[in-house]
Design a protein around this ligand. Structure first.
Ligand code: PLP
Length: 390
């Protein structure tokens, strides 16, 4: 059975060009980038070249890019490092209800240790209001952290407007751009951010490597101590192969960006419109907001998302649901709940996220299979059979 992958927001395959760029550093070029001999210098050169490519993707200075182990570390470093370094005894931070747990959990951990935390709501489409940000500001606010693109719905948040507010008030702004990189243009100047997190495996690079943009002059404490790499900000021997891969992936998405994102948008819209036309009683979450081109988040009431994911996997289609297994129980997505969905509707949601290798034929196959699977599962659903509810 040929398998169709519609789960690119979870992770992406490494592009062949990226793997080729990594191979020398996994084989003959094994030097430590901190060594002064020729092996070390070759490795150092690869790291610095990659830094230039990552910076170019963000319209940033290469000196302002710090390599990390991925999105989670970048976001934790930005939030924990900025709040620890901020002066003053009483401190306040602002975030949103739809952040990835990599951003929400460090904020919640800080709030347990006495930092004041405001979690802003979103509207029905999943958008944070810049006016709400303005209203939430306090004299002791030290950081605003709001994501650029949401991983579940794909909605793009008004970060440039929030950036303007943050600049006027002199407050640091971090954005989690993990799901934006490679999907929409990112410009740290236009966004007005001081800190921005990205992760290579979301745009055809390897897993376990990411970057944090740190605007010059931003005061951050380190999370780890033990060496001088990354300008004394992040110790440890650099993973040169992964860094070279991230650099190559950054270049790649820049060159193919306009063409590919439009092609993927057309495919996503074909899939979305086709499902809305073929399946009764379903809707797209976040459809009224600006969205990244590859993501579709659709609620099919009366079905458990997990059951849909398993049934579709058996037919060869990989996607994910709006629910996560936590402590053995299936919890509805906090993102969809923040949009105002009932828990049972949040659980009845599929996330289909497309990528570079998807084709029109795959979309058309999915348009045949998904409606059949939904019809079959709905027939088995006791609530759907009940006409009073249905
Ligand atoms: N932020 C968002 C929006 C994400 O979607 C993810 C991963 O799914 C992360 C952060 C975490 O990134 P990483 O997997 O590189 O740690």
């Amino acid at each position: 059975m040929s398998r169709i992958y519609f789960d690119h927001n979870a992770t992406n395959p490494i592009a062949p060009e990226v793997l080729a760029a990594m191979m020398p550093y996994l084989t003959e070029q094994y030097g430590n980038a901190s060594s002064i001999h020729a092996f070390g210098q070759t490795a150092r050169e690869a790291v610095e070249q990659a830094r230039v490519s990552v910076a170019a993707l963000l319209n940033a200075r290469s000196a302002d890019i710090m390599f990390t182990s991925g999105g989670t570390e970048s976001i934790n470093h930005a939030i924990l490092g900025a709040v620890s370094a901020a002066p003053g005894k009483s401190k306040h931070i602002i975030t949103s209800a739809i952040e990835h747990v990599a951003g929400l959990d460090p904020c919640k951990a800080l709030s347990k240790s006495g930092i004041e935390l405001t979690i802003l709501p979103v509207d029905r489409e999943g958008l944070v209001s810049p006016e709400d940000v303005l209203r939430a500001l306090r004299p002791e606010t030290v950081l605003i952290t709001i994501m650029l693109a949401n991983n579940e719905t794909g909605t793009v948040e008004p970060i440039a407007e929030i950036g303007q507010i943050a600049r006027e008030k002199g407050i640091l702004l971090h954005t989690d751009a993990v799901q934006a990189a490679g999907k929409i243009p990112i410009d740290v100047e236009k966004l007005g951010v001081d800190l921005l997190s990205i992760s290579a495996h979301k745009f055809s690079g390897p897993k376990g490597i990411g970057a944090l943009y740190i605007r010059k002059g931003t005061h951050l404490f380190s999370l780890m101590y033990g060496g001088h790499s990354e300008r004394d900000r992040r110790p440890g021997t650099e993973d040169v192969a992964a860094i070279a891969g991230m650099g190559r992936a950054s270049k790649l998405v820049q060159t193919i960006f306009a063409r590919e994102s439009e092609r993927i948008r057309v495919l996503r819209n074909r899939l979305e419109q086709g499902l809305l036309a073929r399946v009764p009683n379903c809707w797209v979450n976040g459809a009224g907001a600006p969205r990244v081109p590859n993501t579709s988040n659709i609620t099919f009431p009366f079905i458990e998302g997990e059951a849909m994911v398993i049934a579709l996997d058996l037919k060869g289609i990989a996607c994910s649901t709006g629910a996560a297994c936590s402590s053995g129980a299936v919890e509805p997505s906090h993102v969809l709940m923040a949009l105002g969905l009932a828990p049972e509707d949040a659980r009845a949601t599929l996330r289909l996220s497309l990528g570079r290798q998807n084709t029109e034929a795959e979309v058309d196959f999915a348009l045949e299979i998904i409606p059949q699977v939904i019809e079959r599962l709905r027939k088995l659903s006791p609530t759907y059979k009940n006409p009073a509810i249905a």
